[in-house]
Design a protein around this ligand. Structure first.
Ligand SMILES: NC(=O)c1ccc[n+]([C@@H]2O[C@H](COP(=O)([O-])OP(=O)(O)OC[C@H]3O[C@@H](n4cnc5c(N)ncnc54)[C@H](OP(=O)(O)O)[C@@H]3O)[C@@H](O)[C@H]2O)c1
Length: 330
């Protein structure tokens, strides 16, 4: 049995490219006392990985060169010398971009797949869904009748955030790239409106979609999208700063309307969801029934095979995904 992994071959200068990655094959690792071997079934691709490819100070260490790319996955334990994890257990953990992962069990969670597929723990019941829950309920705290804007609304996090705002009785307005994504956001996800930021009339279209202006913003994008939102905020509005994907793949995108933070007395709070583990059980318990019943809608874009992970990752940064971007490994 061999392990296949994707390593970081070099740091990008400007936008990332397929040449920044390298596929290697190594023998299957030996399992020592206290360890498990996991066959990774699905790998999650996430925008934050682009930031880790650069050597710059952040909330996490940069990705090491010539080492397996970091990433969360789900899979099955296929060998165990561990006290509490047994062969056959379905697990989620930071297994990296590889088909076989050796682990001492730290950070590896057994999950219940009675009512939901295993890969839902990478989407609506994983980091994206829990981030949406945290940003909406702990930071935006929307009241019925308010207007909540969600950027990257057709993506893994945004799609759930907008549905949670709707559940809270709000007007949910998405921002997404392209007419097809916007149709999906309104017709399938149930947002009240969606603005196509690529159509060239962002400010005017956002104004039309938010007649009562904006009370809360779930921000995934930054740059011109956040600037347009800042211009429409009501006094004492809240901004949950979840991500700034517009500036990940190259240079940071400047912000021009920061003055609105002061003139509208806004509260802006950024968060990294792995620093709020206390909220995970509550969020999963709140989201799971809707995910199981289909009341919470979510989409996945699934690339086939580890060798296609780099292209799928570049596609994610370019907006070619609808919903959660995954790679099927087994
Ligand atoms: N704080 C946390 O703990 C945490 C946890 C998870 C995710 N996040 C952040 O949440 C955001 C969404 O993550 P996700 O996993 O759900 O990814 P996603 O939204 O499913 O995928 C990324 C999307 O970003 C959009 N995008 C790329 N470049 C853009 C640009 N220049 N302007 C506007 N949109 C652009 C694309 O959608 P379009 O086609 O609509 O452009 C693309 O589909 C990211 O910023 C991520 O870093 C944060």
């Amino acid at each position: 049995m061999t392990n296949r992994q994707i390593q970081l071959a070099r740091r990008p200068t400007g936008a990332a490219s397929a040449d920044d990655f390298r596929l290697v094959e190594t023998p299957a690792p030996e399992v020592a006392d206290g360890q498990v071997l996991v066959q990774v079934e699905y790998l999650s691709l996430d925008p934050y990985m682009r930031g880790r490819m650069d050597d710059r100070r952040s909330y996490a260490e940069p990705q090491k060169l010539d080492a397996v790319m970091t990433g969360v996955g789900v899979g099955k334990v296929i060998a165990s010398k561990h006290a509490t994890l047994a062969v056959g257990d379905e697990v989620v953990g930071t297994f990296g971009w590889q088909t076989l992962a050796l682990s001492n069990g730290r950070g590896v969670r057994k999950v219940d797949t009675t009512h939901v597929p295993l890969r839902a723990y990478l989407g609506p019941l994983g980091v994206p869904g829990i981030s949406a829950y945290y940003g909406v309920h702990r930071i935006c705290r929307p009241k019925a009748g308010e207007t909540v804007v969600v950027s990257s609304a057709a993506g893994a996090v945004g799609s759930i955030a907008g549905q949670l705002a709707k559940q809270a009785g709000c007007r949910a307005v998405g921002i997404a790239g392209g007419a097809a994504k916007c149709r999906h956001v309104v017709e399938e996800l149930g947002f009240d409106a969606c603005v196509d930021y690529k159509a060239g009339n962002l400010a005017a279209d956002l104004k039309a979609a938010t007649p009562q202006r904006i009370d809360a913003d779930f921000e995934n994008v930054g740059g011109e999208v956040l600037d347009a939102v800042l211009r429409r905020m009501n006094a004492f509005g809240r901004i949950a700063l979840c991500g700034m994907v517009a500036g990940y793949d190259g240079a940071d995108v400047p912000l021009h309307n920061a003055r609105s933070l002061l003139t509208n007395r806004l509260k802006l709070e950024a968060f990294i969801i792995t620093e709020h583990l206390d909220v995970w059980p509550e969020a999963i318990a709140a989201l799971a029934p809707g995910v199981a019943s289909g009341a919470i809608k979510y989409r996945e874009t699934i690339a086939e095979g580890l060798e296609n992970a780099p292209q799928a990752f570049l596609g994610l940064l370019a907006g070619r995904n609808l919903g959660k971007q995954l790679v099927r490994l087994a």
